[in-house]
Design a protein around this ligand. Structure first.
Ligand SMILES: [Zn+2]
Length: 85
């Protein structure tokens, strides 16, 4: 069995979902940003586009641990904004 294509794990609920259901945040060099195209180079991490996961993400700051750095509040706010745009 080959690995399912385009399946990624959410950093909050740990569930594996299709990429289209997830929002990608990418770290390239020292810059961390929301990757709306899903194609940016760098190390990516994913979160579900669900209100539950986004609220928990904001509270627990899961991406801080994933990227081993303290992400600014503005970035977490931006993640929510991108999903609800
Ligand atoms: Zn999730």
């Amino acid at each position: 069995m080959s690995k399912p294509i385009n399946m990624r794990r959410c950093v909050v609920c740990r569930q594996v979902r299709h990429k289209s259901e997830l929002l990608r945040v990418v770290k390239a060099a020292d810059n961390i940003s929301v990757d709306t195209t899903g194609k940016q180079d760098g190390r990516g991490a994913y979160v579900c586009k669900s209100p539950e996961c986004l609220t928990t993400l904001r509270k627990r700051r899961n991406f801080d641990k994933v990227f081993k750095t303290k992400l600014p509040d503005e970035l977490y706010d931006m993640i929510k904004e991108k999903v609800y745009m």
